[in-house]
Structures are given as structure tokens and as C-alpha cells.
Design a protein around this ligand. Structure first.
Ligand SMILES: NC(=O)CC[C@H](N)C(=O)O
Length: 354
């Protein structure tokens, strides 16, 4: 049945089957993750994107909200080879258009060759290719979503209590829930702060770590978070994940750039330059740090393309990762990152004699 359309930048329209009705637009990206569709679909980093799953069957173990990373489905629309009824019903309830029965190999090949592209979606009994094209016409470039932080961040500080051993201020640029829980489980009280929090608020909290979260869009559209990093670097240990790494690098004199199609999946190999060890990581990013700046060292790289996966400064107590150590979805190989981050806090909580 053909009742769903994907209009792709450049003009052509792919056809498929509507699994959740509606119209939408966004940046067309793909993930190779073969598990963790609930986590991916609720990851705020996917805001303003149309998420294509390259794995051919999505939804075969149902939908359970305990696996959600946020309260909402975050991509503007979903594309897959085959979506189960469970996922189709969930996306219908959430009002997020979904399309299957198209050849996702073609979509992935095209995105790999042309880069992440704008697209328009129309799905449902009355949908037409023109509806999809009209959505494409209204689609903005990712970097033009200058207010994207406001759409995904808390509006008021929110406290998640651990056992009070450390105080972490988490700047919420679209944080995944499991970043918060990874810190709370390790004894941190986590104050989740709006993406545009001022230095005065952070100074009043006097945290042991300033942590910049993952999130959607272009890191250059997170000026307030960059200012916080610039203000507190050298005073308070700083950590960042994904968008957080990009924001930290930009704030400390580095530079970010957009990648052709990015890294999205759960088996991206990352090499630690000191130990030589390679770990499998979860990734979801379309920007990368092009230059780390003078203060930060690249300590980990992507095995496939050598892009920076870890940045550190011993002098400034900065530790960031481009991948997602919290997993959800994906392997748990790098959960130790959270111990290392809280290790920086340990030095402040219980300073050693030297
Ligand atoms: N997962 C993330 O934090 C994504 C970071 C950023 N929006 C990017 O696409 O590169």
C-alpha cells in the first residue's frame, strides 16, 4: 500500500506505507542501532530530525516506558523497513508520523553519499507527494534552529538526589535520563539546570562538577552554556557528553564543524590513545570537534575516521566524550567515564594532603 511519502532535498519522493499518520519535516539521518529503539526515539538529541533505522525490523520486543530517555518521542518522524504494531501504535498516540515498507538501504546509501539532508514527510490515507514536498519547502537547516535548546531543556532547576556525596550541576541542553541516573547511582546529587542558566546561578550552587549534557542541533546555538564553561574552567571540574563535548571545546578556543552524515549507532569503535584499548560505543551526532583548542588534549579517537572522541585537560580538570558512555541504547563498556568524572569531584570533596 502506498500512502506515505518522503520528499528529499534535491526533489525526489520515496513512497512507503503509513504506520502513524501526519506531516513533518526535519533533517534526514540514519542509525545503525539494532536494539534500543525506545531509547533512541526518546533521546532529545534527535529533535528536528527524521530518524531512519537501517536495521530492518524495529519493535519486536514491545514498548515499555521504563526504557524511555525522556517523556516525549523526539524525532519529528520515523522511517524503517518494518515497524511492529506496538511501535506504530505508540507513534500514532504520540502524533509522530511513521513510514515503513520502503527500502531503507536506498535511504542510507543516499544519506552516506549526499550527507544529512532536509526532508518532508506526509503519511496517512489523505497524504499526497505534494504534502511531503510542501513540508520539505518549509524545512530549515539544522544550524538555523537557533532556539532548539529551549524546546528540550527543563525550564526550572530540578534536583535528583543521590546520597549527597557530590553535587553535580547538569546543564540540560536536552539531557538523556540515563546521564542523570548514572550520576545519581554513583552518589551524586544532580541539579538539572536550564540550558540558558547564568553564571550567578551556578556560582550559588557551588557544584563539585559542572556537567554539560548531550542535546540536539548545532553547538554554536548554545552560547549561554559556552559562557558557563568559559566562566568556570579552572575553578570547577567540567565534564561533557556529545553536544557537551562540542560546547566545552568551543568555549575553550576550539572549533566544531558539521560532518557529512555523522555517527549514529551502537557499535562505533573508539581507541584510547594512551592505553591503545578499543571500546565499542553508542553514538548519535552530526557535528564534531574540528580543533580542540590549546587547552584540551585529544585522548580518544574514532577508529573509522580519527575524529576526536575524548578531550581532557589535567590542568583545568576537564573530561569530555563525543560518544554516549551512559549507553541506553548500547554497550556498557565505557560507564567508567562517570567514575572518572566524579573522581575529579573527589579531589574537591576530600582533598588529599598534597
Ligand atoms: N547526541 C548529541 O548530543 C548530539 C550533539 C549534536 N547535536 C550533534 O549532532 O553533533
Amino acid at each position: 500500500m502506498t500512502d506515505a511519502y518522503v520528499a528529499i532535498e534535491g526533489g525526489h519522493v520515496l513512497t512507503g506505507r503509513a504506520r502513524a499518520p501526519g506531516t513533518a519535516r526535519g533533517e534526514l539521518v540514519f542509525t545503525t542501532a539494532y536494539t534500543g529503539y525506545e531509547e533512541s526515539l526518546t533521546d532529545p538529541s534527535y529533535a528536528e530530525q527524521v530518524l531512519t533505522f537501517s536495521y530492518p525490523l524495529i519493535g519486536n520486543y514491545g514498548v515499555r516506558d521504563e526504557r524511555f530517555e525522556s517523556a516525549d518521542v523526539q524525532p519529528t518522524a520515523v522511517v524503517a523497513r518494518e515497524l511492529t504494531d506496538d511501535v506504530a501504535e505508540w507513534l500514532t498516540e504520540e502524533g509522530v508520523p511513521a513510514i515503513d515498507h520502503l527500502d531503507t538501504r536506498d535511504v542510507v546509501t543516499e544519506v552516506r553519499e549526499e550527507g544529512a539532508m532536509q526532508c518532508g514527510i506526509a503519511a496517512g490515507p489523505d497524504a499526497t507527494p505534494e504534502d511531503a514536498r510542501a513540508e520539505l519547502d518549509r524545512c530549515k537547516a539544522m544550524s538555523d534552529h537557533v532556539d532548539i535548546g529551549a524546546a528540550v531543556s527543563v525550564t526550572e532547576p530540578t534536583v535528583h538526589e543521590g546520597d549527597g556525596r557530590y553535587d553535580v550541576a547538569l546543564v540540560d541542553c536536552g539531557a538523556k535520563g540515563s546521564i542523570v541516573s548514572s550520576l545519581v547511582e554513583r552518589g551524586a546529587d544532580v541539579t538539572v539546570l536550564p540550558y540558558d542558566t547564568t553564571a550567578t546561578t551556578v556560582a550559588e550552587l557551588d557544584p563539585d562538577v559542572l556537567f554539560v549534557s548531550n542535546g540536539p542541533g548545532d553547538p554554536e546555538n548554545f552560547g549561554a552554556a559556552q559562557e558557563l564553561v568559559g566562566e568556570f574552567a579552572g575553578e570547577v571540574p567540567i565534564a561533557g557528553i556529545c553536544l557537551g563535548q562540542q560546547i566545552v571545546a568551543s568555549a575553550l578556543g576550539g572549533r566544531t564543524e558539521k560532518m557529512t552524515f555523522g555517527h549514529r549507532g551502537v557499535n562505533q569503535p573508539v581507541r584510547d590513545l594512551e592505553t591503545g584499548q578499543v571500546v565499542m560505543t553508542t553514538q548519535n551526532h552530526g557535528y564534531t570537534v574540528a580543533e580542540p583548542g590549546d587547552d584540551l588534549d585529544v585522548t580518544q579517537v574514532n577508529v573509522n575516521d580519527d575524529t576526536p572522541e575524548g578531550l581532557e585537560s589535567d590542568a583545568l580538570d576537564v573530561l569530555t566524550r563525543q560518544y554516549h558512555p551512559e549507553a541506553n541504547p548500547g554497550p556498557h563498556d565505557s560507564l567508567g567515564f562517570f567514575d572518572d568524572v566524579l573522581g575529579m569531584a573527589e579531589a574537591r570533596v576530600a582533598p588529599t594532603a598534597d
